[in-house]
Design a protein around this ligand. Structure first.
Ligand code: GLV
Ligand code: GLV
Length: 283
């Protein structure tokens, strides 16, 4: 609040909550908030609109990197990579055995994509290489959109009950907060694996913990948690069937560079009073 006083532009990270109070602390000369992220749930868009402040984000440039990470998590959870690595480091590997660390098949499995926007579609394309059946649930996508990436649009219930993997690609908002909760987890297969590279609060984490300990679903791989950072003593981290990484979906050298340039372009345009090249248009 002190540091924004008198500025015309704010470059924010997804960890910075920019609400009306922060905007007012900056003052009436504030013209632009440029978020170094594609997601903008950390910004009160309505408050910015009321004050005539432009908001920018970084869409497109992180689509492929994030889809890659979602697929990496899917594969790592299916084939129990983290458990296998820990098993070796702990000196437990004595000999090859037919039943050590058995996991789930990826090829031919059914993938359910919740949120078929840019990233969801990029995940669907990757799944085609693994001959997966791809189901998608997305209020904004059309059947033709889905078909263009080999996916079939279905209801949320159908997706949950049929998918071997469920991957989340929705923005966080009032409609998607705790979309994955006790009820929706119960609709999933007991062998299902949940992958979240979207936002932590899309999942009710207490319900997820319960589902993973009670065998309601098999495993989860999370790039995002609630809260972030997830404390090292969090109960989820005691579970062998949970893989958590520290919000690294867009963390490649090239992607972060493209995001930086895009965020800088938005910031400069806003300060100069020009339309932002990548403005947030919905809230
Ligand atoms: C990362 O989570 C982003 O929204 O860019
Ligand atoms: C595994 O390494 C095999 O040869 O089947």
């Amino acid at each position: 609040m002190q540091q924004v006083r008198g500025v015309e532009g704010i470059l924010s990270l997804l960890t910075d909550r920019i609400d009306g109070e922060v905007m007012d602390a900056a003052g009436p000369q504030l013209k632009v908030i440029s978020n170094y992220a594609v997601g903008y749930d950390n910004i009160d868009i309505a408050a910015a609109r009321e004050r005539g402040i432009a908001v920018g984000n970084t869409p497109g440039v992180l689509t492929e990197a994030t889809a890659d990470l979602a697929f990496a998590l899917l594969m790592a959870a299916a084939r129990r990579l983290a458990e296998g690595a820990a098993y070796i480091r702990a000196g437990k590997w004595k000999t090859w055995e037919p039943t050590t660390l058995l996991g789930a098949d990826i090829t031919g499995a059914t993938l359910g994509i919740i949120g078929l926007g840019r990233i969801g579609k990029a995940v669907a394309k990757r799944a085609a290489g693994f001959e997966m059946r791809v189901l998608a649930h997305s209020p904004s996508a059309t059947a033709a959109d889905a078909a263009s990436v080999g996916a079939t649009l279905v209801s949320l219930d159908e997706l949950l009950s049929q998918s071997d993997f469920v991957s989340l690609h929705v923005p966080l908002n009032d409609k998607t907060r705790h979309l994955i909760n006790r009820d929706t987890l119960r609709k999933m297969k007991p062998t299902a694996i949940l992958i979240n590279t979207a936002r932590g609060p899309v999942v009710d984490q207490n319900a997820l913990y319960e589902a993973l300990t009670q065998g309601t679903i098999a495993a989860a791989a999370l790039d995002v948690t609630d809260p972030e950072p997830l404390p090292a003593d969090h109960p989820l981290l005691d579970l062998p069937n949970v893989l958590v990484v520290p919000h690294i979906g867009s963390a490649t050298v090239k992607t972060r560079e493209r995001m930086a340039i895009m965020a800088a372009d938005n910031l400069i345009a806003g300060v100069q009073g020009r339309p932002l090249p990548h403005a947030v248009t919905s809230g």
